[in-house]
Design a protein around this ligand. Structure first.
Ligand code: ASP
Length: 291
């Protein structure tokens, strides 16, 4: 029997509190990996599995993305998401999107139905409404922020995000990232998550999704840097991922990333206090960890 080419890697955001129980997140991610594995085995495309998996992560309220996000300093829930298809390098993204339940579905619609890569703010919201995406009519009732104000100030934790990478049975890679952004962000602030080359990337070499202090990930062009180190520098996945993350650290930032190469290798480095993550490896084994 030929070996499956299916791979799936998730993160539930950088940063973890030592005294917090991440059992629910880890169990949820395992369940999503099992569901995604079965879809990939049945022939689903990596891109579709990434979108569906991230939509579940957003809807769960367990992570700082979608329903679990926190509002910005003006009390508005502005969310970012992005998606990239390896074989075509098609990309779609939304930034500072308010009023919609699933930013990753909006990113998919940008990819599929416009000539653009990234729509932001009011234009993104008008687009999502025109596409008939699920709207949130009462944000304060709908959102269930993962972190309380007290926890945010006590832990100093400023971030949270979800990401998903997949390789399907054809060998195609795809990547997606979705976030509520950093806590206490200014209205209009956009981090790395919706920016291809910064917080997301997929090509024929590698798929990447980042989490952490987005400003540093933009300044280090982390996701594209990993791809370029591998393509032009011949570095291994592990070396390229660690080197790019080290640049974030040198800039004073913390966070982590997940990366999946075309040959099925997985890297999940982080320099933050933990990173919720899970993966389906070459042996079909599923692992999930927070620290
Ligand atoms: N990178 C995200 C941002 O800066 C936050 C995170 O990953 O937790 O918006």
């Amino acid at each position: 029997m030929s070996r499956s080419r299916a791979r799936l890697v998730l993160h539930g955001g950088a940063g973890a509190l030592p005294d917090r129980d991440y059992g629910p997140q880890l169990a949820h991610m395992r369940g999503l990996i099992e569901a995604g594995r079965d879809r990939l085995a049945a022939g689903a495309a990596a891109l579709d599995v990434v979108v569906e998996t991230i939509a579940e992560l957003e809807a769960s309220g367990l992570y700082v993305a979608g329903r679990g996000a926190s509002p910005n300093l003006a009390g508005v829930y502005e969310l970012d998401a992005s998606l990239m298809d390896g074989p075509s390098r098609a990309a779609g993204a939304v930034a500072a999107l308010a009023g919609f339940a699933s930013p990753i579905r909006a990113a998919r619609a940008v990819m599929d139905t416009t000539p653009h890569v990234l729509l932001a703010g009011a234009g993104a919201a008008a687009f999502a409404a025109a596409r008939g995406l699920e709207a949130i009519h009462d944000p304060d009732a709908w959102f269930t922020p993962v972190w309380s104000e007290t926890e945010i100030s006590a832990s100093g934790s400023k971030v949270g995000t979800v990401g998903c990478l997949a390789r399907d049975e054809t060998g195609a890679l795809a990547a997606g990232t979705s976030t509520g952004g950093t806590f206490c962000k200014l209205p209009g602030r956009v981090g790395d998550s919706p920016i291809p080359g910064a917080g997301v990337w997929a090509d024929d070499t590698v798929a990447v999704s980042c989490t952490g202090e987005g400003e540093m990930f933009i300044r280090a062009a982390v996701a594209a840097q990993i791809a370029h180190r591998m393509r032009f520098g011949g570095e291994t996945l592990a070396a390229a991922a660690q080197a790019a993350l080290d640049e974030v650290g040198a800039l004073g930032g913390d966070g982590g990333l997940i990366a999946l190469s075309a040959d099925g290798e997985i890297a999940m480095p982080f320099n933050s206090k933990g990173m919720k993550r899970a993966c389906l490896d070459a042996d079909g084994a599923i692992t999930s960890q927070a620290f």
